[in-house]
Design a protein around this ligand. Sequence first.
Ligand code: B4P
Length: 352
Amino acid sequence: MIAADIAEQIHNQYETAIKNGSLKLTESTSKKLKDSVSGMPYLVNFAPILAEKPESNSSSESNEDPFENPCDDLIVSKDINEDGSYKLLLNKYPIVPEHTLLVTNEFKDQSSALTPNDLMLAYKFICKMDNEDENIRNLVFYNSGPASGSSQNHKHLQSFKIPSNFITFQDKLCSGKDHFLPNIKDEPLQDNKVAFAHFVLPLPEDSTSVDEDLLAMSYFSLLQRTLTFFQDWLNEKPDLVKSYNVLLTKNWICLVPRSHSKTSDYKPEPKPEEPMEKITEETEEEPKKEEEPEEDLTVDLSINATGYAGMVLVKDQETYDKILKNPDLIDKSLFECGFPNTSDKRPNEYNY
Ligand code: B4P
């Protein structure tokens, strides 16, 4: 059982850790943007100070597992579920306050699938943390596999409050829809206006009807579709390693298959060569039109699960400026780090 006052415990521990210098909130500015095609809302967090740090905030420099013996100030609970399975830690390097980590007490691999117990714990945690009267909603996410954006191999789920007044595209997709399990007739929800593949299921409004079985069946039905990509792309891209993001709120669950953790790893397919121009015997040469320089559409983004809820972390000024000028670059980046949207495709036999 998760303690009834867990939100208060997190708050108090966070204050202590800040006061003692065990945790430092990285300064960032945030800006709301919208995709011009899909209308997908974005919240871009710009944290230039992170660009100065090594690629991962983790203690990977020492190859140590930072979650094995965490500093006391970061521990909210050593046994959050009162069954020995999970501890609750504060994120040592947050950019939003009270960002927490649900970490397995025994070492488990971050690429392992979520268990019914993991899912139920995450859901119960959200139920305890959400506060409808105060309009507080929480997101739990899981970055699994090398291309998912994860930097730590010790199994952990993460959670923070969804910024107030931010509506994710999954919220819109699930609005007014009842919970269902996918079958041959009803595929998981997928917004056909965004470029990247994702699979979403609405969860029951009444939290008392949500149990381990319902969460596990929802998760595994989405996981099956997610893993189909790695099966299908095996011949074309044999180096692909199974990676995906899980996003969970009280209202929905979403899985996103991942091909790259950052945009700089993406290599576009080479364009087919232009046919050679015919040489004609015309005498008068037409004056050559001055070619407009092509707009530079490359951005440098590392994307984890939060990106696929529209919350994007930007570390360098150049990328930030480009995104402010052209917010549609976010959808392009989410596509490059994911797989093509499949909402117009009929399910094949692998999906079942
Ligand atoms: P992972 O799943 O492995 O990786 P991640 O969240 O993508 O963060 P990463 O470490 O790659 O950092 P990034 O520059 O992308 O999670 C590992 C978690 O453990 C991280 O949260 C990390 O901070 C934390 N951690 C590492 N060592 C620790 C220790 N000794 N004790 C406690 N916790 C430890 O992102 C920088 C920061 O911004 C990360 O905290 C990230 O979670 C957060 N972030 C990224 N996108 C965000 C968004 N859109 N909104 C809010 N926060 C965001």
